[in-house]
Design a protein around this ligand. Structure first.
Ligand SMILES: *[C@@H]1O[C@H](CO)[C@@H](O)[C@H](O)[C@H]1NC(C)=O
Ligand SMILES: *[C@@H]1O[C@H](CO)[C@@H](O)[C@H](O)[C@H]1NC(C)=O
Length: 257
């Protein structure tokens, strides 16, 4: 997992090969751009209040800029294989579905297994402004997702995410397949197997597992399991999720991407 601190961010929603989200920043708030670098259509979903959109379609190569309030937190993810069900009229997706029945997700979060970006934007104060983000695959993976900070990012702000096709590495028992046998997502071991060693409710006994190593190999810069961290930055307003996150410098490791 990765926790980055930065002010100017570009989020790249990487699907298949790559897609991206680009933030620029305005005094009224933050803007970021989501770009679909997959070879197919993806429907980004966003949870959280006060943002300019909570769901939309992005065809291959398309991008869209999103505006968030100066102080904002939420999740962003990609949905795949979406369609309107002709009998119910609801918009549904095979992965990343938020259950709203529409393209917009409003306050709804994605159903696992879904790769998602956790983002928290903070308003400037006497310490400056710190934004926190990381990419989470602890509850499963559906698409590559890459966040690329832009602008005056400071020393500890670097790219985060998972750019590998984890579906291709997914252990058999964790695979989510479509009707034709194609693996469309890789389920999280805790949710799927319901065992303490994967769920890590006890911090003192939490250790990497075979599964977490598979995920870590594919996604070295994403949050894989509950106590997946070497060092922790406790944000000023600690959320349970963010408090478990580690920070690391990615610049050199990401160079080969
Ligand atoms: C459409 O919705 C119905 C009722 O929920 C469901 O049984 C059916 O499988 C859905 N069709 C598709 C193509 O998902
Ligand atoms: C960057 O991280 C290092 C190590 O955690 C820390 O000592 C330093 O204060 C951080 N710098 C900024 C600008 O946050």
């Amino acid at each position: 997992m990765v926790l980055y601190i930065c002010r100017w961010i570009l989020v790249s929603l990487v699907v298949a090969s790559q897609s991206s989200v680009t933030p620029a920043v305005a005094s009224q708030g933050a803007t970021f751009t989501v770009e679909n670098k997959c070879q197919y259509t993806v429907w980004p979903g966003i949870s959280g209040n006060g943002i300019s959109t909570t769901g939309f379609e992005l065809q291959k190569g398309e991008s869209r800029t999103i505006t968030a309030p100066p102080s904002w937190s939420g999740q962003l993810w990609g949905r795949t294989r979406c369609a309107v069900n002709s009998s119910t009229g609801n918009f549904n997706c095979v992965t990343g579905d938020c259950g709203s029945g529409m393209v917009s997700c409003f306050g709804f979060k994605p159903a696992p297994p879904t790769t998602f970006l956790e983002l928290r934007l903070e308003e400037s104060n006497e310490n400056g402004a710190l934004d926190y983000f990381y990419v989470n695959v602890a509850d499963g993976y559906n698409l590559p997702l890459l966040v690329v900070p832009q602008g005056d990012t400071g020393a500890n702000c670097s790219m985060a995410g998972c750019v590998m096709d984890l579906n291709g590495f997914c252990p058999t028992e964790l695979r989510l397949s479509d009707g034709r046998g194609e693996v469309v997502a890789c389920k999280g071991p805790c949710l799927t197997l319901q065992q303490e060693k994967y769920c890590c409710t006890e911090r003192s006994t939490c250790r990497p597992t075979l599964y977490s190593r598979v995920f870590k190999d594919a996604c070295p810069h994403a949050h894989i399991y509950p106590y997946d961290h070497a060092s922790v930055i406790i944000p000023r307003q600690t959320s349970q999720l963010l408090g478990q996150v580690m920070k690391e410098s990615l610049a050199s490791k990401m160079a080969h991407y």
